[in-house]
Design a protein around this ligand. Structure first.
Ligand code: NAD
Length: 286
């Protein structure tokens, strides 16, 4: 039997609509319009597409959007000064530095991201937000893993008590998702490049999340019958061809539900960013 396909478009639309309603409430209750500043340094074409997409979505939802484009040769000091300025700006509730940074300042990425006021850290990367997530008091949570949880919830897929396996342990996806699933009472295993018997562990999963950035790492024989498979991977294998980490055609014959790539859980990331901007605005109005 073929799996239920979890398309992201419908779920992303629901999240954005609820964010739009929240924006209206904040305007009515506090006389404040939530505002997002996105800093982009240099001219990375993929980053420019992502930033345009965020800007457009803000406009759709009534969120003020400020794109701060800084030149490729921006120094660390100049970037930190811009973040300080935005931290102090009452009209800006969320700040995001688009990654990757240019080679000359890339090594300072942590110092730069940590300069963002944790209350405005809508990417959820600041150690204060990471710590809050780990102790079970999530405030601003990274958007992609939060989107995985939201997708499971909106699709009506139970998490509590389930056996979950995540492939990937990055700070952006794998690790925060571990804490989010744990907080929802799943039993969670995190696999990575040093994991032995990956296929065997993956086969135990009732919820399997692939976030390795390796096309076709997850083959059909690694999937438990009826499992929910969330494919976070986005891999460009040809100029116009994107695939995930999962062999979709094989997996959909075994899984109970599966996200496609493109068009799957990736579409929820920007929607979750909007939700974080609303949350950040509320934190600052309270
Ligand atoms: P990363 O490279 O930082 O981390 C990849 C992780 O996968 C590592 O922890 C590594 O140990 C693990 N891994 C790699 N190869 C493996 C293997 N053969 N076996 C087991 N584990 C393996 O990547 P990331 O930033 O976490 O992103 C992962 C994927 O998700 C990428 O394809 C990325 O493009 C995609 N992504 C999508 C979104 C979105 O949908 N908006 C956001 C972030 C990342």
């Amino acid at each position: 039997m073929s799996a239920r396909i979890l398309y992201g478009k419908e779920f992303a639309a629901q999240i954005k609509e609820s964010a739009r309603l929240e924006v209206e409430k904040i305007k009515n209750n506090f006389g404040v319009t939530p505002g997002l500043a996105v800093i982009i340094v240099g001219e990375n074409p993929a980053s420019q597409v992502y930033v345009r997409n965020k800007h457009k979505t803000c406009e759709e939802l009534g969120i003020v959007s400020e794109v701060v484009a800084m030149p490729e040769d921006t120094t660390k000091e100049n970037l930190l000064a811009k973040i300080d300025e935005l931290n102090a700006d009452k009209n800006i509730h969320g700040i995001l530095v688009q990654l990757p940074l240019p080679a000359a300042i890339k090594a300072h990425s942590d110092e730069i991201l940590n300069r963002i006021d944790p209350k405005k850290d809508v990417d959820g990367f600041h150690p204060v937000n990471v710590g809050n997530l780990v102790i079970g008091n999530p405030q601003l949570v990274p958007c992609t893993p939060a989107g995985c949880i939201e997708m499971l919830d909106l699709a009506g897929i139970e998490i509590d008590g389930k056996r979950a396996v995540i492939i990937g342990r990055s700070n952006i996806v794998g690790k925060p998702l571990f804490h989010l699933l744990l907080a929802r009472h799943a039993t969670v295993t995190v696999c990575h490049t040093h994991t032995k018997n990956l296929a065997e562990i993956a086969r135990e999963a009732e919820i399997l999340v692939a976030a390795s950035g390796k096309p076709n790492l997850v083959t059909g024989d690694m999937i438990r019958e009826g499992a929910t498979v969330i494919d976070v991977g986005i891999n460009r294998i040809a100029p116009k061809k994107l695939v995930g980490d999962v062999d979709f055609d094989a997996a959909k014959e075994i899984a109970g539900a599966i996200t496609p790539v493109p068009g799957g859980v990736g579409l929820l990331t920007v929607a979750m960013l909007m939700k974080n901007v609303v949350k950040a605005a509320k934190l600052q109005c309270a």
